[in-house]
Design a protein around this ligand. Structure first.
Ligand code: 3SL
Ligand code: MG
Length: 239
């Protein structure tokens, strides 16, 4: 199994992801939201690029909730911001979440053409590694990054997923995947994530609980998967 890594949504090249198992990571905070919402009983997540698309799908129907952000802030008229802590069972149970974010949903849509597109974050990292072993295909870890730039948080999260994989089986790492793993091993307590510019942006908004939550490892044991426009739990991972 080969593992490669792409550093931002703007750097995805079709030929790199085609037929691969892609893991999309936007640990701050889009993929942490998706994993949390699905774990709390949300039926499905529909990622879209624009606010207009999101509003058109939801069309004021009760079964939909609208979530996401622009510049890390709640979008006018939406039910939830991009804080994973808002996606409680009371809010998401049996609902469809229509979501648009600056980087995360772009990274998911940009990975179309891959054989599988799974949703990863620190909170479900071990489960993601298990799923990749089961899929037994070459892997590309797509970091959402921040506004087209490299983002330390997603890179370290990738390093941790690679670490989980290496503990289970032999894998062949590209230079960048090796570097993500190396950086992770230099501070497995995740301290270096605090240097990420996006971490600081969330801090400026006083969203400390979000940061604390998104930086927890392996608190959730599910792996949502994106297929044909929708993210669902196609089969539960726990086995
Ligand atoms: O870019 C994204 O997709 C978001 O996760 C960014 S934020 O953390 O909500 O600002
Ligand atoms: Mg991010």
């Amino acid at each position: 199994m080969k593992i490669d890594l792409i550093i931002s949504a703007d750097d995805i090249k079709k030929e790199k992801v085609i037929d691969k198992s892609v893991v999309v990571i936007d640990m701050l905070r889009a993929t942490s939201v998706i994993v949390t919402a699905m774990n709390n009983g949300c039926n499905e997540v529909i990622p879209v690029i624009t606010i207009e698309e999101a509003l058109a799908i939801a069309n004021n129907e009760d079964k939909y909730i609208l979530g996401g952000e622009r510049k890390a802030l709640k979008i006018d008229g939406f039910h939830c911001s991009n804080s994973p802590l808002e996606y409680t069972p009371e809010v998401v149970l049996e609902k469809s979440l229509v979501m648009t974010t600056s980087n995360g949903t772009r990274a998911i849509k940009g990975s179309e053409g891959a054989r599988n597109i799974i949703i990863g974050a620190l909170i479900n990292a071990k489960a993601v590694a298990k799923k990749l072993i089961k899929l037994n295909n070459d892997v590309v870890i797509v970091n959402a990054g921040t506004y087209g730039e490299f983002s330390i948080d997603d890179f370290i999260c990738s390093g941790y997923i690679i670490d989980c994989l290496l503990k289970k089986q032999k894998v062949e790492l590209s230079d960048i995947a090796k570097t993500a793993h190396y950086i992770y091993t230099q501070g497995p307590d995740l301290k270096f994530i605090e240097s990420a510019s996006h971490f600081k942006r969330i801090e400026e908004l006083n969203l400390y609980d979000d940061l604390k939550y998104c930086c927890k490892k392996d608190i959730i044991n599910i792996v949502p998967e994106y297929k044909e426009g929708t993210i669902r739990l196609f089969n539960n991972l726990s086995e």
